[in-house]
Design a protein around this ligand. Structure first.
Ligand code: CU
Length: 142
């Protein structure tokens, strides 16, 4: 390669580098700014919709309405199968061990879906015979 050819190649690369950087920064920004409200119903003995699909990077407002009875909502911040102590995949605005869902009321839970994976949640308020089987899943897709 001649000296002038390698010089112009360097110039092209120098010009392209900031452009690529801007594209990536813009994409990250768009991911964290996207807020999605998802309406969920809790009733004996299920949550719907099931499973709940969310795109990675989405800021979520989960609006859960307890239709027929008091229920609860308990979810781990780590995806199913993750090693304990791993970085949380769901980042909650205000984390709680068990959200109480009052009959007829809507509870809003906010979080960022940071890492893809399956997150199982369950009812944490004894609500009847099928209580132990009252579960649902959030699936964070890439
Ligand atoms: Cu229950």
């Amino acid at each position: 390669m001649t000296k002038s050819a390698s010089f112009s190649l360097l110039r092209i690369m120098a010009l392209l580098a900031p452009a690529v950087f801007c594209l990536q920064a813009g994409r990250t920004l768009a991911q964290t700014q996207e807020t999605q409200a998802i309406e969920v119903t809790a009733k004996k003995y299920e949550y719907s919709p099931a499973p709940i699909h969310i795109k990675r990077g989405t800021k979520v407002q989960l609006k859960i309405t307890a239709a027929d009875h008091d229920h609860g909502f308990k979810i781990a911040a780590l995806p199913d199968g993750a090693v304990p102590g791993a970085t949380p995949g769901l980042v909650f605005v205000s984390a709680q061990d068990c959200w109480q869902l009052k009959k007829g009321e809507t509870t809003t839970i906010e979080f960022v879906a940071q890492t893809e994976g399956k997150y199982t949640f369950r009812c944490c308020h004894t609500c009847g015979l099928g209580h132990r089987g009252m579960k649902g899943q959030i699936v964070v897709d890439q």
